[in-house]
Design a protein. Structure first.
Length: 357
């Protein structure tokens, strides 16, 4: 439970609300519930592991005044770490893929974090390797290593799982969760499976389906699909794996904004899409299906602008192609080709009658 008056930003982490999502293909008897992690103080689910990792390092004595915190991030963990380091007086150096949105970079700079960019095509593996090497080169630095740090899944075992269990009053049949470092799904699933026979569904990018047995590849769903199965991902807790395309993730995120009034990030769109697929299945009619929407859409404003430009360009190309086809056939824009052929046929018959007369 959050305090009404907090003494630090750390006290505001967790205690996020849930909302019921409604879709025409999901039976009314089925509860599709989404946990809104954008209500954390730094607007993402990554506030939880960042806080637990910092506190654990402080308790162990490895993080103290004068120490530099280093980690690799797609953005959200870095933002949470940067905020915590700012409030605690630590230097923070973060390695990001070079396709991280400008909004994320600006937020990190405002918190005073130092940014190092890594080629996006190297994936999370390359980003982590660069961050680890950087930590070794900086005197008095520690590498947080969110991909392998046990306090990442422990944070969700201690907070996310219990919150879902309490809010659902112990009625959770399915958990649908994205897989990046694996901390969220591992910690949450472990807590729930210890209490009920919950079916756990993990999802990953369709163009980088490593858990499904495919090859890693580039994708546009930040926060999931790091290119390998991370050390913090306990596959024994996952009962089923789904894939989500970039377009499905982006389209569903925009649909949540225009139909539910929820402005969430791209991976949240992926979560909503995957959970909707599961909740619409006949075998889960009347069940409670829970998913986690990781962050806010405000960190993707440049992404949405880029997507809108791409859609406009595609529409322009399609219009040009239509006009080209019309020019070649001599038909008016928008005329039904079948109707046009019938009209031409009638004109030819009339001309024939005139010649006979």
């Amino acid at each position: 439970m959050r305090p009404r008056i907090a003494s630090s930003v750390a006290e505001l982490v967790g205690g996020t609300p849930m909302i019921r999502l409604s879709y025409p293909d999901v039976p009314r008897s089925t509860r599709l519930l989404a946990k809104l992690e954008m209500f954390n103080p730094l607007s993402s689910v990554k506030d939880r592991p960042a806080l637990h990792m910092v506190r654990a390092a402080e308790a162990a004595g490895t993080l103290k005044p004068g120490v530099t915190v280093v980690d690799a991030t797609s953005g959200n963990t870095g933002i949470a770490l940067a905020s915590l380091c700012a409030s605690r007086g630590y230097r923070c150096v973060l390695v990001l893929p070079d396709n991280a949105t400008e909004e994320r970079r600006q937020i990190l700079r405002i918190f005073g974090a130092e940014i190092v960019l890594s080629p996006a095509e190297e994936g999370l593996v390359g980003t982590m390797a660069r961050a680890e090497a950087l930590a070794a080169a900086i005197p008095g630095a520690i590498f947080m290593g969110q991909d392998r740090n046990p306090h990442n899944p422990a944070a969700h075992y201690a907070t996310t799982g219990p919150e879902i269990w309490s809010d659902c009053e112990g009625e959770v049949d399915v958990l649908v969760c994205g897989v990046g470092t694996g901390g969220t799904i591992t910690g949450t699933a472990r807590y729930l499976k210890e209490r009920t026979n919950v079916h756990v569904v993990g999802f990953e990018p369709a163009s980088s389906p490593v858990m499904s047995g495919g090859e890693r590849g580039p994708h546009r769903i930040p926060g999931i699909g790091g290119g390998i199965v991370q050390a913090n991902t306990d596959l024994t807790l996952i009962d089923e794996i789904l894939t989500v395309t970039d377009d499905q993730a982006a389209t569903t995120a925009l649909e949540l904004a225009t139909t539910a009034g929820l402005f969430v990030g791209v991976s949240s769109g992926a979560a909503a899409h995957a959970s909707r697929l599961v909740a619409s299945r006949p075998e889960w009619e009347g069940a409670t299906v829970v998913t986690i929407l990781p962050d806010t859409g405000e960190r993707y404003l440049s992404f949405w602008a880029e997507l809108a430009r791409a859609q406009e360009e595609a529409a322009g190309r399609e219009r040009a192609a239509d006009e080209g086809r019309v020019a070649r056939t001599g038909l008016a824009v928008g005329r039904d080709p079948v109707g046009a052929r019938e009209s031409v046929g009638r004109q030819e018959k009339a001309a024939g009658r005139e010649r006979v007369a």
